[in-house]
Design a protein around this ligand. Structure first.
Ligand code: 6R9
Length: 650
């Protein structure tokens, strides 16, 4: 990684914050100075955003690294902080969730409504024998009950493990068994792509091989037929008939709040464990700082699913602890039409939008005219998360969604970090398209070389975190050894994130993708992200994925899979010509060493269910191997489409 190409990404555009936003921003440049002066004092100040039943004695106990304890001795209740205190302060009638079902049905839940539902769910779970420290699996579509179920667990000190509703019975039962969950909360189904999609049969299959499960709580969403056993209870008969009164007990700051499994590329998923006080502090602070949330006037919308960490921290815990009004959407972005997202922004006057590069690139492919058909003038801050955002996708987002005005915050973080770590501050940072810019106040991120030495500006290497942070993972559930091996063994005393990164001439951070994906071409390290960004900067390209394939002369050679934009002719000679042009375009942009050996035009790319490109499978195609494990693939027909396109000589 030390030898990243010196001329990659000559991005010089820079966008200062709009003056009006900067003048009224929640967080100013002073925050960096304060945190640099006294990091623990800074985090203690942020922790005071929350209501504590018992104050802490010590901000951080790092006497046994890498096992951190934050806010030692403090006690609080997460659900109380997300709900009760807003109701007690007279904000009970404020809308917490504008929910939009995929078929167009809607629900509005105020903070009082969500508080009552959460209290009922807490009472129902207690009635089913769930007590503090027990694990509860949640396998639900994007409906308000999902947030209530998570908060109900937090309220009674049960540790939730949310499993994305698209995962198979195998994936669900593995996660249930790893955590020995006692209860699963699910639904008959949810709406996806215009039709009901069943969940209960998958749960039935998983529960049949998961002896720890004593009860299954089932929300009725679609009205589909379901099989029934004596472990099953309808939500509307159990939760909605329970008392709406519930007093939340306080839990230790280090009480386990949730486990969330990351699939990774191989082997057993890792159960990432997050705890109470530090997690909520950083989720709450970052949501306030990075999105400049003004709870009285903003309408916030994060398009993630609660099955991912983004949904945990930036649909449930961050926004609700801050008293935000938010939109929650059940379905897919093209149901019933490709303008659905913009229609929702227009309808609810969304002012802060948080989405993923994969969606932005999809919208680019669908065409500029679609967002133009809606009034998006309410938008004032735009966020991106999940993958590096290519400069051209960033520019498209700014131009076509943000009307060349709303700042874009490209937020780098992971399931393991619990909350945003590297990001612009919208009222402070002059942003550069494609860069996550700087570590947030109180965060010490760095880029180091193979030996763990900090690289100078202009250098590239591995992204690390040098100091513990409040919302850091505490361990891998049931496997401290693996926690140490995976994150704390590559470089002494530092957290290894697994991402490549570089510092530009000003010291700003550019993420280059997972280090496993970096290519080694004739002795040069080349990042997939940079070649992809060069391809996407060509006007005929909507999306690109790049892999290194074994090559007899260069060690690895660059193979690119490219999706043309909607209106581009790719038939016969026109296709051949486009390929030649794209190879030359990359060579011109990045230098001849980065010229792809081969470019294939494809209709789709393989993505994980959270929208990240699965380069591993493309490597299999590029090297003519049979495909590896495809179970985490969002759409299994994609690989057939790609392979058959190749065989027909494209
Ligand atoms: C929040 C989330 C984590 C991995 C991470 C990195 C990639 C996330 C990014 C980004 C570049 C960003 N990633 N945000 N890469 N720029 N703004 O996505 O968590 O699902 O655990 O994935 O996603 O590779 O290491 P998770």
């Amino acid at each position: 990684m030390s030898e990243t190409l010196a001329n990659l990404l000559q991005e010089t555009r820079e966008f200062p914050p709009p003056a009006e936003l900067a003048a009224a921003a929640n967080v100013t440049a002073d925050a960096y100075a304060e945190a640099a002066d006294d990091r623990l004092g800074f985090w203690a100040e942020q922790a005071r955003r929350l209501d504590w039943a018992k104050p802490w004695d010590q901000v951080l106990d790092w006497s046994n690294p890498p096992f951190a304890k934050w806010f030692v001795g403090g006690e609080l209740n997460v659900a109380y902080n997300c709900l009760d205190r807003h109701v007690a302060a007279g904000r009970g009638d404020k809308v917490a969730i504008h929910w939009e079902g995929e078929p167009g049905d809607t629900r509005t839940l105020t903070y009082s409504d969500l508080h009552k539902l959460t209290c009922q769910a807490a009472n129902a779970l207690t009635g089913l024998g769930v007590t503090a420290g027990d694990r509860v699996a949640i396998y639900l579509p994007m409906i308000p009950e999902a947030a209530a179920a998570m908060l109900a667990c937090a309220r009674i000190g049960a540790t939730h493990s949310v499993v994305f509703g698209g995962f198979s019975a195998d994936a669900l039962s593995n996660r249930i068994q790893d955590a020995s969950a006692k209860v699963v909360i699910t639904a008959d189904g949810g709406y996806r792509r215009g039709k009901p999609s069943a969940l209960k049969p998958t749960v039935d299959e998983a529960v049949a091989v998961s002896p720890s499960i004593e009860h299954v709580l089932v929300v009725r969403r679609t009205g589909q037929e379901v099989a029934w056993t004596d472990k099953d209870h309808w939500w509307h008969e159990t939760v909605e008939t329970a008392s709406t009164e519930h007093t939340a007990a306080a839990f230790d700051a280090e009480h386990p709040l949730f486990i969330l499994y990351t699939s990774g590329t191989t082997a057993r998923p890792k159960g990432i464990l997050h705890t109470t006080g530090g997690y909520l502090t950083q989720a709450s602070y970052t949501h306030h700082a990075v999105f400049d949330l003004k709870p009285e006037s903003d309408v916030y919308w994060c398009t993630a699913d609660i099955g991912w960490v983004t949904g945990h921290s930036y649909i449930v815990y961050g926004p609700l602890s801050n008293g935000a009004t938010q939109v929650m959407y059940e379905g897919t972005p093209d149901t019933p039409h490709r303008g659905r997202f913009w229609e929702i922004v227009d309808k609810y006057k969304v002012s802060i939008l948080y989405t993923a590069p994969t969606l932005i690139r999809t919208m680019m492919k669908w065409g500029d005219d679609i967002p133009q058909g809606y009034d998006l003038s309410s938008l004032r801050v735009l966020g991106s998360v999940g993958e590096p955002i290519n400069p051209e996708a960033w520019m498209w987002y700014r131009e076509h969604v943000g009307r060349n005005n709303a700042p874009i915050v490209d937020t780098w973080w992971q399931t393991e970090t619990g909350a945003i770590m590297i990001s612009p501050l919208p009222g402070v940072t002059a942003t550069k398209p494609g860069s996550a810019m700087s570590p947030l106040p109180g965060i010490s991120a760095d880029v180091v070389d193979d030996q763990g030495e900090s690289v100078p500006n202009g250098g590239g290497g591995y992204l690390v975190l040098r100091e513990p942070w409040p919302s850091m993972l505490r361990t891998i559930w049931g496997d401290d050894e693996r926690f140490i091996d995976t994150y704390w063994s590559r470089f002494a005393g530092m957290y290894f994130a697994g991402d490549g990164a570089k510092k530009d001439a000003d010291g700003h951070v550019w993420l280059l993708g997972r280090v496993d994906d970096v290519m080694l071409v004739s002795g040069h390290n080349i990042s997939t992200t940079e070649v992809e960004s060069a391809l996407v900067s060509h006007p005929s390209v909507a999306e690109a994925a790049v892999v290194g394939a074994t090559d007899p002369t260069t060690g690895q050679a660059i193979v690119a899979f490219t999706i043309p934009r909607g209106n581009v002719d790719t038939s016969g000679a026109a296709g051949e010509q486009l390929i030649t042009e794209l190879r030359n375009h990359v060579a011109r942009t990045l230098g001849p060493i980065a010229k792809p050996r081969q470019i294939m035009l494809v209709p789709e790319l393989p993505k994980t269910r959270s929208g990240k490109i699965m380069r591993r499978l493309l490597r299999d195609v590029a090297e003519n191997r049979s495909l590896g494990d495809v179970t985490t693939l969002q759409d299994s027909s994609v690989m057939e489409l790609i392979s058959s396109g190749l065989q027909s000589g494209k």
